[in-house]
Write a protein of this length. Structure first.
Length: 246
């Protein structure tokens, strides 16, 4: 008898609920998009500190151990960059709006966020050219994205888990970064030459739109990959209908 009870206990697959504080939005709710705006906004307060039981790290700051990023080559720019021990600061202060979703055949969600100031800080090493001038350096960097609108687009598939329930797997998380102003600060350029370093930082900031346009594809990909990883840590553990009840 004890063996049968043990066997039954082993066969039970634990189904997780949404973390405490997360709001559910019903598929049949005609105002589901408004519900999602509020739900995602409120979830940022929880994600700010992370959710250890779901292996979700804090998003304030959101850490990146290592990023290798080459700029999109152009006639004026060519950069090879590596960022270590980097982090995004200010993500949890974002305001969410314009959320839409779909569930037919595939999962899809679009949303926009506004962040007053998002700082990307860490250690960098860089070589290349900017506006036909050579640049090289390694040290501390801070890239401030001001008055930032971020467009998020998630797509994913539904699949059956071992418990027979339907889950979501995010296969693509696209990010579009649209700042009103970007301020660059790269310390220790040209082996610490302060005159050359100040001149180059001023050049970067005077031409921030051209510089950022070349750098942005790499940033968007790396940020999108990190956001996808976090989303899947939630979606892989909570069944679809416990997140979006009918």
């Amino acid at each position: 008898m004890k063996f049968l009870v043990l066997l039954c206990l082993i066969s039970i697959v634990e189904v997780k609920e949404l973390p405490s504080g997360f709001e559910k939005c019903h598929q049949s709710d005609p105002k589901i998009n408004s519900c999602l705006n509020i739900a995602i906004q409120n979830s940022l307060k929880i994600l700010k500190l992370g959710i250890p039981s779901f292996n979700i790290p804090p998003i304030e700051p959101l850490k990146f151990d290592y990023i290798a990023d080459d700029s999109s080559p152009s006639s004026t720019m060519s950069l090879n960059s590596v960022f270590k021990n980097a982090e995004l600061q200010g993500l949890a202060d974002s305001k969410i709006h314009k959320t839409t979703t779909r569930f037919k055949n595939k999962f899809g969600l679009k949303s926009e966020s506004f962040t007053k100031k998002l700082d990307f800080v860490g250690q960098y090493s860089m070589t290349g050219q900017i506006l036909i001038l050579p640049i090289r350096g390694e040290g501390f960097m801070n890239i401030s994205l001001n008055e930032l609108t971020t467009k998020h687009e998630l797509t994913g598939d539904f699949y059956k888990g071992s418990d027979g329930q339907s889950y979501i797997n995010i296969t693509n998380y696209r990010v579009k970064l649209l700042p009103k102003l970007v301020i660059f600060r790269f310390d220790n350029l040209f082996n610490g030459d302060k005159t050359l370093g100040t001149t180059m930082n001023n050049l970067l900031n005077d031409n921030w739109e051209i510089v950022f346009e070349s750098l942005i594809p790499g940033y968007e990909k790396n940020f999108g990959d990190k956001f996808k990883e976090i989303a899947n840590r939630l979606f892989s553990q909570v069944p679809f209908e416990l997140i979006f009840p009918k």
